[in-house]
Design a protein around this ligand. Structure first.
Ligand SMILES: Cc1ncc(COP(=O)(O)O)c(C=O)c1O
Length: 398
């Protein structure tokens, strides 16, 4: 276990020292003096509620960054998915087609809207939704007279999905698209930012994301009515009258002004944080170039990937070892690693859901391993991870 000496001042300015283990996490928040100052300024301004100048300014910057006319800052990416689905007209009983390889929040939001998630398997190269399977599912469902409420493609681990193909399928069959861009802020597809595709997109600022508001999210769209409806539903569906008047069920989903201030400071540093993650990706790529049976997951560092998380795919028949063995070896030195998302159609909670399954996502799940990728990690941290992997490889499969 790695050990470091940590020195900090207590409330009276006395210095204390402590020996603590230095755990290397997959993707921990990267915050510093700029974020601290922004939060303090927001606190001192008196805008502590989920309204205020930082919320307004954060929304304006987010809309600009995602190439959208409107952004609605919310308490989570899950809330953004939920309100996005409601906004594009998903209703109880409709079917929503989505990537099976995703975090549960995507599918959960579909269920919150009363709809049925229908899972589509992945492309081998990057785990994103396979547009050909998507079309096959639409044709089958329409052929049976079933109505499809929406398509929700997910930008897996920060890699933008193939929106050229998805948009062509969606418009040919007239199904609205809500993109789950929770993981892909700062990425792009064919020069257009992640989040700019579809009728609307959901972004997440959870603590492990490329940038964070500790917890938070946003719905971005070009449709003023959709944005206004999301804002209204997010504030308990209050009618614009002085007393509390409600004609329908709403939610408490707005982002606090203090967290929006944190988000503004993070957004200013987004490009710097993406560059740092890209450099970490390059270090892993260089290292694994000569390792048999290992490929880097996803694209090779172009714009379509914000490099949120770096993963490898291991072919055990060639490598002589499986990802779980490497993961256990890293864990012994307090280094976190994790399999790719377990596909939704393999989750007990969705065992009765419909799926078009080719076995790709299941294979990626079995063979994938995500490595520490956070922008907060410095070169010595990455050297430690790579050194540990090197030591593992020298004995693995022997
Ligand atoms: C693909 C995906 N969708 C949705 C979410 C939900 O975002 P949040 O945690 O902000 O609710 C996340 C992340 O947590 C995610 O990774």
């Amino acid at each position: 276990m790695a050990v470091v000496l940590r020195i900090h001042a207590d409330a009276n300015g006395r210095h204390e020292t402590a020996l603590v283990s230095k755990r290397i996490y997959l993707s921990s928040p990267d915050v510093g003096p700029a974020e601290e100052a922004a939060v303090m300024n927001a606190m001192r301004s008196g805008w502590i509620a989920p309204v205020g100048p930082d919320v307004d300014a954060f929304e304006a910057s987010l809309a600009e960054r995602t190439g959208r006319a409107h952004a609605v800052a919310l308490s989570s990416g899950t809330a953004a998915l939920h309100l996005g689905l409601l906004g594009i007209g998903v209703r109880p009983g409709s079917v929503v087609l989505t990537s099976t390889m995703t975090f549960a929040a995507t599918a959960n939001a579909i269920v919150y809207a009363g709809a049925e998630p229908y899972f589509i398997d992945s492309l081998e190269e990057n785990g994103n939704i396979d547009p050909e399977l998507l079309e096959r599912a639409i044709v089958e469902l329409h052929g049976r007279g079933e109505s499809i409420g929406a398509i929700v493609p997910v930008d897996l681990l920060g890699k933008a999905a193939d929106y050229t193909a998805i948009d062509a399928v969606a418009s040919a069959h007239q199904v609205p698209v809500l993109t789950d861009a929770a993981e892909s802020l700062g990425a792009a597809h064919r020069g257009r930012p992640a989040g700019s595709y579809g009728a609307a997109a959901a972004v997440s600022f959870n603590g492990n994301k490329i940038m964070t508001t500790s917890g938070g999210g946003a719905l971005v769209t070009d449709d003023p009515d959709l944005a206004a409806r999301a804002r209204y539903l997010a504030t308990q569906a209050r009618q614009p009258v002085p007393h509390y008047e409600h004609t329908e069920i709403g939610y408490n989903y707005r982002l606090s002004n203090i967290l929006a201030a944190l988000g503004r400071a993070q957004l200013d540093r987004l490009d710097e944080m993406i560059s740092r993650r890209r450099r970490i990706r390059d270090q892993y790529r260089n290292f694994f170039a000569g390792v048999p049976g290992v490929r880097m997951f996803g694209s090779v560092g172009e714009d379509d990937d914000n490099c949120w998380l770096t993963s490898i795919i291991v072919d055990p028949a060639v490598s002589g070892w499986v990802p779980a063995e490497l993961s256990a070896h890293l864990a012994e030195d307090d280094i976190e690693s994790r399999p790719l998302w377990k596909p939704m159609h393999l989750q007990p909670v969705f065992s009765s859901a419909r799926v078009i399954d080719t076995g790709v996502s299941e294979r990626l799940f079995e063979r994938g391993l995500t490595l520490p990728s956070g922008s907060v990690l410095r070169d010595p941290d990455i050297d430690r991870v790579i050194g540990r992997i090197d030591a593992f490889l020298s004995t693995a499969g022997a």
